[in-house]
Each structure stands twice: as C-alpha cells, then as structure tokens.
Design a protein around this ligand. Structure first.
Ligand code: ATP
Length: 452
C-alpha cells in the first residue's frame, strides 16, 4: 500500500452509502422529507451489526474484567453538570464563514487558516479565496427546554458525551456495587453535537452513539493504567477483524489536548478520506470529579480503608464512537472481485458480527424443497439469525447475501430430498460442501469464530 493509497476500492464511500441503503443497513433520517442534516437511521441489517459491535464491546469491557460495571444514565441532566464539566464554557470549535456563499467551516480543518493565512484559503464550496470572517467560538451543545416555560432558566442540554453521567454517579455506583479503586464504569448511549462540518456518511453526525469507560485509579498509578488501556483497546479493535495495517495510535501534542486531559492518544483508522480518530484514550486526572465536587458541594472522595486515606481518583477514559466503529467495520469489510467477468461485491464481516449468520434457500419452489428449507430455518432460528429466501435465481440470492455479509448460504436441492444433505456455501472462499441437515447447527457453531 503506498502512502497515498488507502488500499480501499476506488470511490468506496459512495459505494458504501448506496450498499447500506440497498441492503437496509443505514438510511438518511426523514428521507421522504428531504432528510435532516447528518442524522441517520439504522435499518434491519444496520441495527444487527450495531448491536453486535455494542455487545462485543460490553462483553470485553464489563464481563471480561472483574473490576468493571455498567451504567445507563439519562440523556438530559441538570444543566449545572455541563457548567462543571467545562462544556458550557469550552466545548466549542472555531467557526469561520465564507462571506461569499455563507457556508461555515471549522477553522481548524482549513489548513491555510490554521497556518494564519486566511487570505490564501479557498472556500471548499464556492472557490472564493480569502473572504473569511474572523474565527469565533461556536458551542456544539444542543439546547432545549425542560418544563412548560421556554426561558433561560429552563434550558437543558442534550448530552454531548456520555462520560458526565458516569462522573456524577461515581458515588452511587461505588457505594452500591461495593467497589474498591481501581474500578471502572462503562456506558453505551446517544450523544449529540451540533457539528459545524458533519460528513463522510456516519463518520461525523449530529446524533451518534458512544461506548465510554471511565476507569477510576489511585493518583500515581494513572500512567501505568493509561498504557494498559491503550494496548487493550487497540487489541479489541483488531479483534473485530479490522486490518492492523489500517490502524495506528496517534499521540496528542500539547496544543491538541482537551481542556481536561493530561495525556491523550487516538486510535486512528485509515479511512478512504485519510487517517481519522476512531477512539480516544485520555488521562482525565481528577478534573471531572474535582469539578463536580466543587460545583455540587457534595464530597466525591474515595476512602481507602486499608490505607486509611482519602483521595479523588484519577480517571483513564476510553471513548469510542459506536456508529464510527461501525463505519470502520463496514469500510474494512467491503470488497469487490471479478468472477467470470462479473463484479462480486462482498462484505467480508467477521462471522460473529454478521447481521445474518446463514441464509436458507430452496433451489426451486417444488419437490418439497421449500418445506425442508423452512423447517431448517425454523430449527436454526434463536441460536442464529437466519433468513429464508425463495425468490429469484440462486445466483441473485447468493449476491444479495454476499452484499449483506452473510457468511453461509445453505441450499436445499434435489439431492437433499434423497439423502438429507444440504450444500453449505462459504461467502469468502465460495467453496461448497455437503453436510447432513442435522449437522448444520453444529457446523455453523464451529465455523463462527468466537465472538470478539
Ligand atoms: P473530533 O476531534 O473528531 O471532533 P473528538 O476528539 O471531539 O472528535 P471525543 O470527544 O473524544 O471526540 O469523542 C470520542 C469518540 O466519539 C470519537 O473518537 C468518535 O469515535 C466519537 N464521535 C465524536 N464525535 C462524533 C460525531 N460527531 N459523530 C460520530 N462519532 C463521533
């Protein structure tokens, strides 16, 4: 792979957008009304893939470690939370506007403006050069009102990150789950940001989901834990089947660090549009707990009985976008190959993440084949997500499943009615083997790699 070549098929993003719509992974929100800016809906296959990634994350974070527990906090919170967290004051991006076409951009994404040369920067939309307003800070939080009066006193925010729900519940969780530091709270949920330049499909949207973990540690042990979590998180992304040569860790320089962070690394993926963040790993020190303690007036210190000492724990945070992880998984799995002059599009998803694990086809709609196929699908359902498809030529049915990432197609044909065997077609190698109908469930279970 050369420096300029991401190794993805040409024009991948457009192909992905259309495949996702065609196969029911992702739709534009409110499409029949012309859509709404950068919000997406997840269709029948999309929700399966998203759930599987989320479950894999939960299994890895909550079930695999003794010191991690889960939480599901509300999206709406007391607005003081966002004052204490620094979001009301500092959760903003520098915004500039092209005075010709009035499109707005993040100044830090326009290289010449970043370099202090606004007069040299062309507007990416209309091409006008150097016609920019001065950068001003634009707060990314969505505001709404709680209760019946729409005034400042009733203002609440749609949370821009899930993390604060964890911090304000630190004491509740620690007391009720009887946890000793170090321990961790994990949460998956919606977050909202009024992004200035959303785009690249579901890469940057205004409504999205995060999978966040806050690991509470004794100050002084934070740097070692930071290293541990960097390694664990990278290994997890690789376990989803994402190619390691398209992953890297990027250390934040001093000027990049968020207002709360002592150190930060991003796990970056090589998207068709360049290296971009997939997940952030941050050493947040005791910034958040200290700030909430001051603003709320409630003690949030941890008492270490054995050492008879009180302290505010430091926090190592791992913060991944669920929808962004899904884009990584889709982009990495998308493949095209030429077979007998025709292009086959195939999503080479890890079988454990595939929305549908097996499709059952009767070769033709006669000689008892549809009934055998229906019975087999019914038998497999519950243990596996299985579909039964009897329409169209067998070739078309295979193609549909290849695009959906279904790892196995099971075909009932004339021989099945004679000897009770079915054909299992492997999505990736296209190899076909015959196995007895009764052996299919065991075959599928064996063939699925253990869930990441
Ligand atoms: P960026 O610099 O790209 O705006 P960030 O550094 O502000 O992102 P964090 O606040 O660290 O991002 O958020 C953690 C994770 O949440 C990101 O790594 C990303 O996967 C996801 N995320 C953040 N913003 C969005 C968004 N607008 N759409 C989709 N996912 C997002």
């Amino acid at each position: 792979m050369s420096e300029n070549d991401s190794g993805h098929p040409p024009d991948l993003m457009n192909k992905l957008v259309s495949l996702c719509k065609r196969r029911g992974f992702i739709f534009q929100s409110s499409e029949i009304y012309g859509g709404v800016g950068s919000v997406y809906d997840y269709g029948p296959l999309g929700i399966e893939l998203k759930n599987k990634i989320q479950q894999a994350w939960w299994r890895e974070m909550v079930y695999r470690h003794d010191d991690i527990v889960g939480l599901d906090a509300g999206i709406l919170m007391n607005p003081e939370v966002w004052v204490a967290s620094g979001h009301v004051g500092a959760f903003s991006d520098p915004l500039v506007e092209c005075t010709n076409c009035h499109r707005r951009f993040r100044a830090d994404e326009l290289t010449e403006i970043e370099a202090g040369l606004p007069e040299a920067q062309q507007c990416p939309t209309c091409g006008t050069t150097g016609q920019w307003t001065d950068p001003r800070q634009f707060n990314l939080m969505f505001k709404t009102f709680m209760g019946v009066v729409e005034d400042e006193a009733a203002t609440v925010y749609l949370r821009p990150e899930t993390a604060q729900g964890i911090f304000v519940n630190f004491k509740n969780v620690q007391d009720s789950a009887r946890r000793k530091v170090p321990f961790d709270i994990a949460q998956v949920g919606k977050a909202f940001r009024n992004e200035i330049t959303p785009g690249n499909f579901i890469f940057r949207t205004r409504e999205f989901e995060q999978m966040e973990m806050q690991f509470f540690v004794k100050p002084g042990t934070d740097e070692a834990w930071f290293e541990t979590w960097k390694e664990r998180r990278m290994a997890w992304v690789e376990s989803l089947g994402v190619r390691s040569e398209r992953l890297r860790l990027h250390a934040h320089g001093k000027e990049e660090l968020a207002h709360y962070a002592k150190a930060a690394f991003d796990i970056e993926y090589r998207f068709p549009f360049g290296w971009q963040e997939l997940e952030g790993i941050h050493n947040r020190t005791d910034y958040d707990l200290r700030s909430h303690q001051e603003h709320s007036g409630k003690k949030l210190e941890y008492f270490d009985q054995a050492a008879n000492e009180r302290y505010l724990p430091y926090v190592i945070e791992t913060s991944a976008g669920l929808s962004r992880t899904m884009l990584v998984v889709l982009a990495d799995a998308y493949d095209e190959e030429k077979i007998e002059g025709e292009t086959r599009v195939v999503l080479r998803l890890d079988p454990a993440l595939a929305p549908v694990q097996a499709a059952v086809f009767p070769l033709v709609k006669k000689d008892g084949m549809p009934q055998i196929a229906e019975n087999l699908a019914a038998d497999l359902r519950g243990r596996f997500n299985v579909i039964h498809d009897a329409t169209g030529s067998i070739g078309r049915r295979y193609r549909r499943q290849d695009e959906a990432g279904t790892p196995f197609c099971l075909t009932i044909d004339g021989q099945t009615t004679e000897d009770g065997t079915v054909t299992v077609r492997d999505r990736d190698s296209l190899a076909q083997v015959r196995i007895p109908v009764e052996g299919v469930a065991g075959y599928l279970a064996d063939a699925m790699s253990p869930a990441p």
